[in-house]
Design a protein around this ligand. Structure first.
Ligand SMILES: [Zn+2]
Length: 243
């Protein structure tokens, strides 16, 4: 295993990795309800886990995971409900799902992400990959061109145009895709037995294909291998352009 985590590198090791491939990976996490079966930090665990493998292949340095992210919300009777608290699968009334502590406003998140990009550019990076929590990745995607020009860096996220095969990186919410990815990366953190055994009962605040029948570590590994290959191609090309 190579040393790829930013916080673990000495300045000398940092410069050596930067020289070899000036790529920064920014895991866009949350601390958010991901069903009864997945850990609250699932978004960061998946994106950082994928990025560590990518950095070991292509080169580059992986940042610590962010845990703040944008999200839709509503104030009802003075109480703040996040997107998943208002899922129809939670019940007729919104309910605060335990553990969620990530939501910040869209503009504030865009400012944070823009500043991260500007700081990384200053530190010497020329290529930046930011990916993870859906709405956070959406902010990256919609500002890609603007920030790329403004800071003269190449920017990427890891979504494809069509994710209908379920083999992308974080394309649902705690359903078959995300559950399979956590199963592949950190099987010790998945507790499928916490979900209702009766398949006619839909688990609360899970959006996508039923993880109880569709998720597996094999599916997660297949997705990771496929996306590692795809991102390796994209980043190798990006590296050639700056050399
Ligand atoms: Zn997620």
């Amino acid at each position: 295993m190579k040393k790829v985590l930013y916080e673990e590198l000495t300045p000398k090791e940092f410069l050596a990795r930067l020289e070899q491939a000036p790529i920064a990976y920014v895991p866009l996490g949350t601390l958010e309800w991901h069903g009864e079966h997945l850990p609250l930090g699932s978004d960061g665990i998946q994106s950082q886990g994928f990025m560590i493998e990518l950095a070991e292949r292509v080169g580059g340095i992986v940042l610590p995971m962010l845990f703040l992210g944008p999200e839709s919300y509503k104030i009802i009777d003075g109480k703040e409900y996040f997107h998943m608290d208002m899922s129809p699968t939670v019940g007729p009334e919104p309910r605060q799902m335990p553990g969620s502590a990530h939501r910040i406003g869209w503009n504030l998140f865009a400012q944070i992400l823009e500043n991260v990009i500007s700081r990384l550019k200053r530190a010497g990076f020329k290529i930046i990959v930011a990916h993870g929590h859906g709405p956070s990745t959406g902010v990256m995607r919609s500002n890609l061109e603007k920030w790329s020009k403004k800071y003269d860096v190449q920017l990427f996220h890891c979504w494809r145009d069509d994710e209908s095969d379920g083999l992308g990186i974080q394309t649902d919410h705690a359903a078959a895709n995300e559950t399979s990815l956590v199963m592949a990366l950190r099987p010790d953190l998945v507790q499928m037995e916490n979900l209702p055994q009766d398949l006619s009962i839909w688990p609360a605040a899970i959006h996508g294909k039923d993880p109880r029948v569709n998720a597996s570590a094999e599916l997660g590994s297949t997705a990771i291998d496929m996306q590692l290959e795809r991102m390796t191609r994209i980043l190798t090309e990006a590296l050639q352009q700056i050399r």
